[in-house]
Design a protein around this ligand. Sequence first.
Ligand SMILES: *Cc1c(COP(=O)(O)O)cnc(C)c1O
Length: 429
Amino acid sequence: MHHFQYKGNELCCEEVPVSNIADEVGTPLYLYSHATLRQHFKAFDGAFQDVAHLTCFSVKSNSNLAILRLFALEGGGADIVSGGELFRALRAGIEPGKIVYSGVGKRVEDIEYALKSDILMFNVESSQEMLLLDQVAGKLGKKARVAIRVNPDIDPQTHPYISTGLRENKFGIDIKDALEEYTVAAGLRNLVVAGISCHIGSQVTLISPFVEALRRLKKLIVSLRDAGINISYLDLGGGLGITYDKETPPHPREYGQAVKAELDTQELTVILEPGRVIVGNAGILVTRTLYTKKTPEKTFVIVDAAMNDLLRPSLYGSFHAIQAVKFKDHKKIKADIVGPICESSDFLARDREVPAFEVGELMAVMSAGAYGFSMSSNYNSRPRAAEVMVKGENYYVIRSRETYEDLVRGETIPDFLKWRNLHKRDIHD
Ligand SMILES: *Cc1c(COP(=O)(O)O)cnc(C)c1O
């Protein structure tokens, strides 16, 4: 369920016509529905209501402060993968005690920052990281709560670029080596073994890989207990998929039930790290048609959004539905929807049956709330899009469109490149 629906011929976000916002704020533009974000968070969190749990929203999927704040107000925590994400989470008001830190390449500065912030748990991904964490914690006179992120060797049956729990992936510590690593961790003075974590991949549309991973973790928990190591947190990661096209992912409720059915102890607090399932269908990218062009091979609809705004189609060949913002009796055409960037991989849709968009017409690129703006860049020196949140009849710019000045912020020209009068200059200088 989401709140992007037609009222008459107008696509609306909640009560506001999308075209009004596009006219006032300009395009390209990310648009989020407050009601959808809130509903999705509550549906997910509610699916685990009768178990001790913590829903740590995956900040990398959408890191806008207003969105993080919304989840903080709902009692959510954060799953972070960098110091920058920690900064955002704290700035948004998420309690440090609800923040878990994953990622294979944590730097010393980031570890120090997280220790000083007193986050809930470090999800450690290698033995070197564990030793470093112990050392840094010792230096700061802190105890670091750790989970080992285990790689359970599960095929999540998703796109290879977003599967993370296979033995060949860079993530986590092989589940076969986990007991040994835990024994090392338990012997380190500045670490407190607090949990176990895994994250098998993203856009997972089946329950079974999650259940299989959980079973493997449970076995490990038993071996740990036998070795005298007791943990309090079971972090199952994120990964639940959404409908972009015709996928039929399980409802969070089914996921919650499947997890609960496997849990035979009340002693563990379950941590969930959902990203996409909460924000994916709560946001769209709005773009305007600049040109249409027919070549001997194809029809192109050239729009003002590009791969720098929404990278997923170029990066993973992902599908995003394309809709007209103002519905009329469009003829249908088969076209590529492409942006202005100088790359052939700059497309939002390929060989797609779409309305025959005319110059100036707005289109909505659906399901763009996750890994949309957060993956955007300034490639081709394109200022990043504005982000807007709609609540009922009102809308709020939650990130203003970047300016040309923003593009050069932080850049300096060293003195030796000082401007000299060109015509006086020795050409061989
Ligand atoms: C990316 C990521 C998530 C979120 O994944 P979704 O598919 O968006 O739910 C959760 N945990 C970790 C460790 C991640 O890397």
